[in-house]
Design a binder for this molecule. Structure first.
Ligand code: MRU
Length: 351
């Protein structure tokens, strides 16, 4: 039985991009229309759209939006292409860690370089490519979900960190795709969701989307995971990824590394669920993954209210890197990759 999720996070409609505004979830579930390339840049940077695969698709949409804006500026296709590639390169810089953004913009750049069409024809090709990437994202997530469901024990409690669900992708989700596929087979499984300070994606978004789909979820704060592991209440951990290096080291939301260490100590399998587009084989190990430093206000304030003394020093890295030796498997659309990751990752790209 296939699990039907109700959520579609981002979608190309005629000549604009429609997306869930994730800054207001769970208080509101509303859509906004993004109609210019610059507005898409800001939507990604300000996390109106977030989650590695979702911002990849947003980037691809952003390139189409810029292309539409360029239609009236140029008559010569070569000048148009140079201008548009520059805009696509700029779009890549809207956030630094999730490689899906660079991957999807690069897919659009390839179309721009290879196209033999005129300006209108090229815009249409870019639009069709964005829609194709969008549809593929859901198909890939379902495959990830189905492979992952095979390693979920009966009646399992699955811990997850941040949000790697339908709202972090076009739909279905990666880590939560595993949950959805497993739940379709066995409705006695449940999820424990870490709150995920500072932006609270676990509390705000993961619990929201699981509740919306009727999947049992318990919210815990970030510091509680070892406690529940020590009580034998967690059977496995599944999280998403923002960038995976060639050796399997994985960048994901800050706090993921702590969960992975706790899981190792308690002998609990810790899995990454991610599409191959999250794997950056140009990076040998996690130490080369760029880590986003985010605004200090995310730490000093909760819901607009200061929670610490004025003048306190703040450091706010958005992501951390879990070393590959803590990872039991990387669940992809090509199956579950196992250590030695250098080998299994390079084979996954060949096959
Ligand atoms: O800063 P965010 O909310 O974009 O971070 C998201 C995460 O870290 C997710 O876990 C990751 O992108 C995987 S999404 C399928």
């Amino acid at each position: 039985m296939e699990f039907k999720s109700k959520i579609k996070t981002i979608e190309w409609i005629d000549n604009y991009s429609k997306m869930v505004d994730q800054t207001v979830v769970p208080y509101e579930y509303k859509f906004i229309n993004v109609t210019t390339g610059d507005n898409m840049f800001h939507a990604i940077r300000d996390m109106i759209v977030r989650g590695a695969p979702a911002i990849g698709i947003a980037g691809a949409h952003g390139v189409v939006l810029y292309a539409q804006e360029g239609r009236d500026k140029f008559t010569n296709i070569e000048d148009f292409k140079i201008w548009l590639i520059d805009k696509a390169e700029y779009m890549k810089t809207s956030r630094p860690t999730a490689v899906n953004l660079m991957w999807a913009c690069e897919k659009q750049i390839e179309i721009i370089r290879d196209s033999k069409s005129d300006i209108n024809g090229l815009i249409e090709e870019l639009k069709q490519n964005a829609i194709k990437l969008e549809n593929e994202d859901i198909e890939i997530n379902k495959k990830i979900g189905d492979y992952g469901a095979e390693v979920v024990p009966k009646g399992a409690t699955i811990l997850t960190h941040c949000n790697a669900g339908a709202l972090a992708t076009v739909g279905y989700g990666t880590a939560l795709g595993v949950v959805r596929s497993a739940y379709a087979k066995d409705n006695t499984i449940q999820v424990f969701a870490d709150e995920t300070r500072p932006r609270q994606q676990g509390a705000r978004i993961t619990t929201f989307e699981l509740a919306m789909d009727g999947i049992p979820v318990t919210l815990i704060t970030d510091g509680m995971c070892s406690y529940f592991m020590s009580k034998g209440m967690i059977d496995m951990v599944v999280v998403g990824a923002d960038r995976i290096a060639a050796n399997g080291d994985t960048a994901n939301k800050i706090g993921t590394y702590t969960v992975a260490i706790a899981a190792k100590y308690h002998n609990i399998p810790f899995y990454i669920a991610a599409p191959l587009s999250t794997i950056d084989t140009s990076i040998a190990s996690g130490k080369d993954i760029p880590i986003e430093e985010r605004s200090h206000e995310e730490v000093t304030h909760i819901n607009g209210k200061r929670i610490c003394a004025e003048g306190v020093k703040i450091i706010n890295p958005g992501f951390d890197v879990t070393p590959h030796e803590l990872i039991a498997g990387i669940i992809t659309e090509k199956g579950i990759l196992k250590p030695d990751y250098n080998k299994s990752i390079s084979e996954a790209f060949k096959g």
